[in-house]
Every structure is written in C-alpha cells, then in structure tokens.
Design a protein around this ligand. Structure first.
Ligand code: SAM
Ligand code: MG
Length: 214
C-alpha cells in the first residue's frame, strides 16, 4: 500500500536531519513542506512567533492540543526550561506513531509526553495522570471547532490560573470564529492577534495570544 504523508515526512527527517539536533529536524520538515508536500505544521513563519511566546512565558507546565507529526512539539520543547515537560495530545494513532519517532530522532523525548486520545477525554484527567494543577502555557492547534469547548473545559477543570497563556494557531485560516469571539470579548481574557501567513503559503493567517485573567 502507498505510504502516507506523515510517513514520507518522517523518512525525509531520517534521511536528512542530524540525529539529536532539534533545529535540524525542524529545518528538514520545513524544507520538505515547502519543496515536496504541504503539511499542516505551524511552519517556520508562525513558528518564529510561537518561539518568541514560549521564550517569553518560559513555562513550567505546558500543554499542546494536536501533535500531528510532532513539528510544533519539537519546536516548543527545545525552548523549555530544564525540568519542564510538554504534554501533547493526539487522537490519531498513525500520526502519534510518526510523532513519537520524530520526537525520538530530535532527542527531546525526555521533555515531551505524548498522550494518545481525544482532548475532551484527556483534559479532565491532567491532574490525575500528571499531577498538573495549572498550565502556564497552552498551544491550541487541533481541530478548529474544538478550541472553544476545550478552552471552557480547561477553565472548568481549573487548569488555568491568573496569567496562563493560551496561544491559538490558524485563527484566520481555516479560522476559529467562535473561539476568537470568546477570547476577544470575555472579561476573563486579554487577547492579541499576531498577523502572519498560513504555513508554507502567502495566505493570511495568524496566532491569537490570550492571557487568562482569572
Ligand atoms: N501542532 C502540529 C504542528 O504544528 O506541528 C499540527 C497539528 S494538526 C494541525 C492537528 C492535529 O490535531 C491532527 O493531527 C489531529 O489528528 C489532531 N486532533 C484534532 N482534534 C483532536 C482532539 N480533539 N484531540 C486530540 N487530537 C486532535
Ligand atoms: Mg496549525
């Protein structure tokens, strides 16, 4: 049977990237996606914004919703302070299997905990599974209709504290109108848009950074 795009992306990494070098893994994936096959990674352009937010927050606890091949996972984890683990959730077992290999290849496996399952089932278990009280940083990049319900779920489960940062990808393309409406108008958030482009294209897209005010 024919290989899948994630498998081809993994093969490019194994062939071209330097083992144990996260930056080389990131660059190899970006090159593959610009020159061979587009894929739904946050990409290099929005990735630079993601990097700067992660560095500014310097989180002790971090959550990613939507791992796919692990591109943004590696991108975030490489910038985390020593001792911080990034928990990343992925419900597609084929994507999770590829992501595990890309994470291993980058050498960042000790900084990352990939959990296979649906965000709606796993968010309520974060305390029980990992002893998490609250997240300092959450990257939302799973299916776009889940941003709002999962944000409300994070609030209900008291996983956000005053000052927790939510960073949401693809708020323009494909777009997350109900989520944007919520974080921009709720008195519980202070929200800011970072204009950029959809990964590997010139189409407008951006990230929305929202501070939870408690
Ligand atoms: N963050 C990745 C990156 O930038 O490299 C890209 C993630 S991709 C846009 C979205 C991923 O979220 C897909 O792999 C999909 O299977 C996963 N996903 C979608 N809804 C989910 C949910 N409710 N729970 C867990 N994973 C989900
Ligand atoms: Mg995205």
């Amino acid at each position: 049977t024919r290989s899948t795009r994630p498998q081809r992306l993994l093969r490019a990494v194994q062939k071209k990237a330097i083992k144990g070098d996260p930056q080389s893994v990131i660059s190899t994936i970006d090159y593959f996606c610009r020159h061979s096959e587009w894929a739904m990674n946050v990409g290099d352009e929005k990735g630079a914004i993601l990097d700067s937010v992660v560095c500014e927050v310097s989180p002790s606890t971090a959550l990613e919703l939507g791992t796919y091949c692990g591109y943004s996972t590696v991108r975030i984890a490489r910038l985390l302070p020593p001792g911080t683990k990034l928990i990343t959730l992925e419900f597609n077992p084929d994507y999770a299997a590829v992501a595990r290999q890309i994470i291993e290849y980058s050498g960042l496996q000790d900084k990352i905990c990939l959990v296979e399952g649906a965000s709606g089932d796993l968010i309520p278990k974060m305390q029980e599974l990992f002893g998490i009280k609250t997240f300092d940083f959450v990257f939302l990049d799973h299916w776009k209709d889940r941003y709002l319900p999962d944000t409300k779920l994070l609030e209900e489960c008291q996983l956000l504290r005053k000052g927790s940062i939510l960073l949401a990808d693809n708020v323009i393309c494909p777009g997350t109108p109900d989520y944007l409406e919520y974080v921009r108008n709720s008195p519980r958030y202070e929200s800011k848009y970072f204009k950029s482009h959809l990964e590997y294209t010139k189409v407008e897209d951006g990230l929305e950074k929202s501070v939870f005010l408690g």
